[in-house]
Write a protein that binds this ligand. Structure first.
Ligand SMILES: [Fe+2]
Ligand SMILES: [Fe+2]
Length: 290
C-alpha cells in the first residue's frame, strides 16, 4: 500500500494561492495578433515590437544567426522581419517570450537552470521535423505547443517548492511515472497546470488541449496535434537533453506511430536530424540565457 501524503494541492487551491502567476508579454501577444491578421503588415509589426528593446535585440541576433543563413548582416527590425518568414517570426517571438520562464532552475524536478529550456527547445525542433514528416499543416501551432508543453512545471515548482522531492521519492520507491506521482501527491500534474496557464495567456484551445494531453496515452491518441506533441516530448527525452527527474520510463507508445503513420526507422531518422538541428541552433539556445 502506497502511503498517502496529506496535501491539499487541488487545481483551484494552487491557482487561488499562487502569489506570482507568470504573465505572458503583452507585446508578443499583440505581435502574434498582427501575424494572425490577413491584412497585418510588417510596418504594423515593427510598430508593436519596437517598444521592447530586448525583444528587438533578440530578433536581430537570431536573424543574423547561422540558423537562418542570411547572405548579409541585418541591423534593423524592419529588414529582419521582411527577410524572415512568418513561421520563423512566430517561433522567435514565442521562444523569446518563453525563455525567461523556461530557463529557471526547477529544484523539485532535479533540473538545473537551462535543463527545461534545452528540453523545450529540443521538443520544439523535433516537433518541426515531425510536422514535415507527417505533412502536418499547422507547424507554428505544433512548435508553440512543444516549446511550452512543460510550462506547468514552473508553477508546481513555485508552489510546492521542496515538496516536489516527495514526489520524486515516491515515484522511485513505487515505480510510478513522474506524472502518476504528481497526481498521487497533489491531485494534479504539470500538464493540467500548464494547460490552465496557456488558457489564461489566451493561447488557442487546441494548444491548451494538446499540452493537457501530453502525458495521457488515452487522450493524446485522440487528435493529431496531441499525438505529435506527445511524440516530440518522448523523442526529446530519448535525446537525453535536459530531462531531469522526469526523464525515466518514457517509451514510444506504438499507437502513436500507427496514428501518425510513422515507423521505428522514421524515429531513428528524426532523432539523427534533431541532433543536427539542435547543434545548429546551439547559439540560439544558449543565447536566450541573457
Ligand atoms: Fe511533461
Ligand atoms: Fe516534457
Amino acid at each position: 500500500m502506497i502511503p498517502c501524503p496529506q496535501i491539499d494541492f487541488t487545481l483551484e487551491h494552487i491557482f487561488d494561492n499562487l502569489v506570482e502567476l507568470p504573465t505572458f508579454p503583452k507585446v508578443v501577444t499583440k505581435a502574434l495578433r498582427v501575424l494572425d491578421d490577413p491584412n497585418g503588415t510588417t510596418a504594423q509589426l515593427v510598430e508593436v515590437l519596437k517598444f521592447d528593446p530586448a525583444l528587438t535585440a533578440n530578433m536581430l541576433r537570431l536573424t543574423n544567426s547561422a540558423l537562418f543563413g542570411l547572405p548579409r548582416q541585418v541591423t534593423d527590425l524592419h529588414t529582419a522581419l521582411t527577410l524572415l518568414g512568418q513561421i520563423q517570426i512566430r517561433e522567435i517571438l514565442i521562444a523569446s517570450a518563453g525563455a525567461p520562464y523556461l530557463t529557471r532552475p526547477l529544484h523539485g524536478y532535479q533540473m538545473e537552470p537551462e535543463d527545461l529550456w534545452q528540453h523545450s527547445m529540443a521538443s520544439a525542433l523535433i516537433a518541426e521535423l515531425l510536422a514535415k514528416m507527417c505533412e502536418y499543416p499547422d507547424q507554428p501551432v505544433l512548435f508553440t505547443s512543444a516549446l511550452l508543453h512543460d510550462i506547468g512545471k514552473i508553477v508546481l515548482n513555485m508552489f510546492v517548492g521542496g515538496r516536489l522531492d516527495e514526489i520524486l521519492t515516491l515515484a522511485q520507491q513505487e515505480r510510478l511515472t513522474f506524472t502518476e506521482a504528481e497526481w498521487y501527491t497533489m491531485g494534479v500534474d504539470h500538464a493540467v497546470i500548464g494547460s490552465q496557464i496557456l488558457m489564461q495567456w489566451d493561447f488557442p484551445p487546441d494548444i491548451a488541449r494538446a499540452v493537457r494531453n501530453h502525458h495521457d496515452p488515452d487522450l493524446y491518441i485522440q487528435d493529431d496535434l496531441s499525438s505529435l506533441l506527445a511524440l516530440s516530448n518522448i523523442l526529446a527525452v530519448q535525446l537525453g537533453l535536459g530531462v531531469g527527474a522526469d526523464g525515466f520510463r518514457h517509451k514510444i507508445n506504438p499507437k502513436l506511430l500507427t496514428r501518425l503513420g510513422l515507423s521505428r526507422q522514421d524515429m531513428h531518422r528524426c532523432i539523427e536530424r534533431a541532433l543536427v538541428a539542435y547543434e545548429k541552433s546551439s547559439d540560439i539556445i544558449s543565447g536566450y540565457k541573457a
